[in-house]
Design a protein around this ligand. Sequence first.
Ligand code: ADP
Length: 367
Amino acid sequence: MDRREVESGRNSPESNQPAAQISRLAIDIGGSLIKMVYFSSGNDNSVDYREEKSPLAVSTALEGKLHFLKFETSKINDCLDFISSRKQLLGGWKHDDHPGSDEKFIKATGGGAYKFTNLFKEKLGITLDKEDEMDCLVTGANFLLKTVQREAFTYMDGHEEFVQIDHNDLYPYLLVNIGSGVSMIKVDGDGKYERVSGTSVGGGTFWGLGRLLTKCKSFDELLELSHRGNNRVLDMLVGDIYGGTDYSKMGLSSTTIASSFGKAISRDKELEDYKPEDISRSLLRLISNNIGQIAYLNALRFGLKRIFFGGFFIRGHAYTMDTISVAVHFWSKGEAKAMFLRHEGFLGALGAFASYEKRNLDGLLSN
Ligand code: ADP
């Protein structure tokens, strides 16, 4: 198969191509966030201020870029306004199955594609053409891993390293998508996968519990708090129990967490004495650790060597990735490594985008 050159960059080479033409848009409407991917062709150097990632420049028969945007699901009207303000996004998309019909549609996935069907119809007059959520996650992950240069990387102790992916040796792998909840999917090929596990303790838990405990106003504020916090204030470490020493017979260092939030029971402190930044840090650690551990156990269960983590919870956030990496390293005794994706939050939206052609993204972009 002809491998497309897809690379990241806000600036495309200057040329005499016609002005930008936006065509085709797909959305993934999740419990917390709406992720949008759209393709603009032509010599488009514009970047919308809402763009979450640098556009991906695509060098194919059709020159252009993929754009990545997100909206909060609770503010879905912002998403509707964005689409209606760009009439090109709505122009001329006819359903392959109903070529004679004038009906306009966009590809959509995630639970919100069902929940908000009527809203899209009433406000924009468009039909949401639904694609299965897991199908889309897997299609999106496979596309990124096979086509986008320097997409996968490891992250440990502040050190990021890109992972070269051998296309002939990609499968099987475990895809761990950390959205509001967490899905763990064993991927054996294009369209070949099984959802083998999951946990309800995910990104929604971090944001929800974090809000309850710190009263912070936004997810970004909660993450920002975690930067400044110290988890040792609240987490009970092995050293706290063993008088500062390791429990070396069991391979547990004095800094290993024995009990997340275990020190909040201290009678020497009032509850108000615990700072929001320390709470946020311990919570992020608890959730990331737990997901890393469950992921590794599932990789072990199916003999999978590679674990890729995606979902908007990660947000390229250093401490989150570091904690997940340490958990996988710790439980696998250094045998396994966590890998992350640069476009981690857009797997589902990319998969929905690819489904326009019921083929893959390469096919779509070469039309
Ligand atoms: P879903 O499809 O369930 O909405 P996502 O992959 O979009 O899942 O991830 C949602 C999670 O991303 C949230 O639960 C939260 O932990 C995290 N997140 C990252 N950025 C934000 C944000 N700006 N607002 C809300 N949640 C965010």
